[in-house]
Design a protein around this ligand. Structure first.
Ligand SMILES: Cc1cc2nc3c(=O)[nH]c(=O)nc-3n(C[C@H](O)[C@H](O)[C@H](O)COP(=O)(O)OP(=O)(O)OC[C@H]3O[C@@H](n4cnc5c(N)ncnc54)[C@H](O)[C@@H]3O)c2cc1C
Length: 496
């Protein structure tokens, strides 16, 4: 569908639900609502996933550190959810074993770690060979020789999942569109509109052409993450519960500069923990967690962030020497947390919360990438309840537990690996590097067949050309970064 057709549809039709914000939360809400039969429009002021949803640590995880804060309910919910999201998109949400080194004077002792990981696996329902394992000092140093020999006491190895946050958002959005949702990127919801006292849509502006139009909807969900309070203020419903934003930075290095063998979750001197995660020819390290009150549309990696992360790496891997010049890519984003008086940034809960205003504006904020489906379920349940009360309209129950996140999905992770092995063979036989098989499968799943069919020859350039056409025609890519960063991740991980 072209932008003109979408705009025409938005201008002329009336919707049950308008979702404002095209990050993972908005995409999840659009999919849940559309699959229950609601007529849904969604607007995103930049590209889909251009906010926090492309700036995360890219883990679909149970949040081990929340266990330390005794947020048992949260750990259980996201822990179980990660296995489900893996099933719904096995090519995109990939198992990744995480090493938790035990260091002299570190956060966790041996017994605390064993009990913690046992509880973590138990809450998340992890079973079989995926269950955690404990290693002694020698075994740990064999697993990860870069750890400090004098301070390493042992380690735990446990199951997590890695994803590409932006691609996950795009696939959820595409699935929502397959169920009839009408999403459009580069459209700002400038002003909420009201029918009497009740919110009834928004005045919108195309950020590329300047055209303006109104979208009418029975109900409106504000899924603008870090921007949530702007619409709540407009709605005169900004109460004492407001957003508290903290910045998180990640840096990417060449794997040869930081040749770790495992994804590692390790201690920093200030009592926090950070990740170092290998990804193809690179390793990314993060994150920082500092209060943020700056420009939401221009979040920068500062020198202090770089120093913090480099010091953390040097502290844990004493033979490694990295400098700012070794950074090959980076990203910075803000967490949309909900303010809690007297708490430090890293202590504030990552729980989600729904705010409902007198006008009927529903805002969903906080939460995690990992919990997007459950967040959507909760808010669409609320939307459906109000639809019945206010408009006498009934909609069905949540369907998303069984909706695969691509057309023609893989039935299992083994099927993904088999497909990738076959593809690697075809590509290498035709003179291309086998790494492109991993790249294609992890990005597109079986949609890779469409990219291959559009390639005029087997070459990296022909592949980019075919991908560009696919991104434009099927995934709403417009600007250069839409393609290089959010449709393909090439800019971050695949330029080497
Ligand atoms: C550093 C960091 C690391 C993280 N790591 C993880 C992790 O590993 N795993 C995990 O599960 N979670 C993680 N998270 C949390 C997760 O990334 C966020 O919870 C999630 O991405 C929030 O998504 P969202 O859709 O609510 O917000 P966003 O992705 O920010 O989406 C909101 C969108 O609304 C749009 N918008 C704003 N105003 C308007 C308007 N008026 N009109 C139209 N559009 C508008 C914005 O452009 C934006 O795209 C991390 C977060 C950070 C910052």
């Amino acid at each position: 569908m072209t932008r003109e057709t979408t705009r025409h549809q938005m201008q002329t039709e009336s919707f049950d639900l308008l979702v404002i914000g095209g990050g993972i939360t908005g995409a999840g809400v659009a999919l849940d609502a559309a699959s229950r039969g609601l007529k849904v429009a969604l607007v995103e002021k930049g590209d889909f996933a251009s906010g926090t949803s492309s700036k995360s640590t890219k883990l679909i995880h149970g949040g081990l550190r929340y266990l330390k804060q005794f947020e048992i309910g949260l750990v259980r919910e996201v822990g179980q959810e990660r296995a489900l999201i893996h099933q719904l998109a096995p090519h995109l949400v990939i198992p990744e074993k995480m090493l938790l080194p035990l260091i002299k004077g570190g956060t966790f002792g041996k017994w605390a770690t064993a009990i913690g990981l046992y509880t973590y696996d138990f809450l998340a329902g992890v079973s079989g060979k995926d269950k955690f394992k404990m290693y002694d000092k020698e075994e740990t140093l064999e697993l990860e020789p870069l750890l400090p020999k004098d301070r390493t006491l042992g380690s735990g190895l446990y199951a997590e999942y890695r994803t590409d946050d932006a691609r996950l958002t795009i696939e959820v959005m595409k699935t929502a569109a397959r169920y009839g949702a009408v999403p459009m990127n580069y459209v700002l919801a400038e002003k909420l509109i009201y029918d009497g006292e009740k919110v009834a849509g928004a005045q919108c502006k195309d950020q590329l052409t300047g055209e303006e139009w109104t979208i009418s909807a029975k109900m409106v969900v504000n899924a603008t993450g870090p921007w949530s309070d702007i619409l709540r203020k407009q709605d005169r419903s900004l109460t004492d519960k407001r957003m508290f934003l903290t910045k998180g930075v990640h840096l990417v290095f060449l794997r040869e500069k930081l040749p770790i063998r495992h994804a590692i979750y390790f201690d920093v001197d200030d009592g926090r923990m950070i990740f170092a995660i290998p990804r193809q020819g690179t390793v990314y390290v993060g994150t920082t967690d500092t209060p943020y009150a700056g420009d939401l549309d221009d979040i920068r990696v500062e020198e202090a962030d770089i120093t913090y992360l480099l010091d953390a790496v040097h502290g844990m891997f004493p033979t490694i020497q990295l400098g700012a010049k070794d950074i090959v890519a980076s990203w910075a984003g803000v967490r949309p947390l909900i303010y809690e008086a007297g708490k430090k940034a890293s202590e504030i809960s990552r729980k989600d919360e729904i705010f409902e205003s007198e006008s009927g504006l529903l805002t969903i904020a906080g939460g995690k990438l990992t919990g997007y489906r459950v967040m959507a379920l909760k808010i669409v349940d609320r939307v459906c309840k109000r639809m019945e009360q206010r408009f006498d309209l009934e909609f069905g129950d949540c369907q998303t537990k069984t909706i695969a996140l691509t057309e023609n999905p893989f039935e299992s992770y083994q099927a993904v690996l088999d497909y990738e092995a076959d593809l690697a063979k075809i590509l290498t036989e035709n003179g291309m590097d086998a790494k492109w098989a991993t790249y294609l499968v992890q990005n597109y799943g079986r949609q890779t067949d469409e990219i291959l069919a559009a390639m005029k020859e087997y070459s990296p350039d022909a592949m980019i050309q075919a991908e560009r056409e696919f991104a434009k025609a099927k995934e709403w890519a417009i600007e250069e970064d839409d393609f290089w960063e959010r449709r393909t991740g090439r800019k971050l991980f695949w330029s080497v």
